[in-house]
Design a protein around this ligand. Sequence first.
Ligand code: DGL
Length: 267
Amino acid sequence: MKPIGVFDSGVGGLSVLAALRAELPHERFVYFADTAYAPYGERGDAYVIERSRKVTEQLIAEHGIKALVVACNTATTAAIHLLRAEHPALPIVGLEPALKPAVATSRTGRISVMATRGTLASAKYAALRDSFAGSADVRAVPCDGLVKAIEGFDEEAISLLCARYMAQAGPFGDTAGQVDTVVLGCTHYPLVKNELQRHAPPALRFIDTGAPVAQQTRRVLASLNRLADGEGGLRLQSSGDHALLEAAAARWLARSPSPQGTTASAA
Ligand code: DGL
């Protein structure tokens, strides 16, 4: 059985990969971090489209992937429709900020969406937000610089930026006019959820898309009869520093050594 390709601009998609491996333990995964070209979120559509195309083509050429998970909100909003048109035989699962479950569970009807500037400026996000107009008050919080800080393991910047953007996302609480739900609309942000939580009351709900994306991937593979029943495995690839990706996987994925080993490569 061929592997499933998963990519992000960097280490953020590891938050999705963790959910994928839990949901699909018999699958082999190739995770591609486009670190040399990260971050995507403040660079505009043309750049993100070009990188998404290149990474997808590399995953197909080198690994013959049987499915692709775009583990990046920014790349999904900018490029998934093009990737699907260019690779019609390849099942492609993407993700978008989880507004639907947030609206369904919010009691105050006030929700903040933390995401990259690119995601929040996209037509796809505008359509998503507008579809909930009238049922919730949704505030966008573009978190410039946070992806870069996470990619660089820069604890000081992470702490400063989490404090800044949580202040913009509030005021939090359970009474009318207060925000009771925060959507993590960038796959990097669940990696610093503990830091975000420091600036919130314990009852604040954070919603991310790892688990639903993993379930959707299972449904898609099952419908095509492409589910594997083997031992499972993981290969890590980066367009940048491979050691950094290994360190991130060890830290955020609690990754145990893979029987298949790892490879480094430039896209
Ligand atoms: N993890 C990516 C996302 O979900 C983004 C980031 C970036 O490179 O800015 O949007």
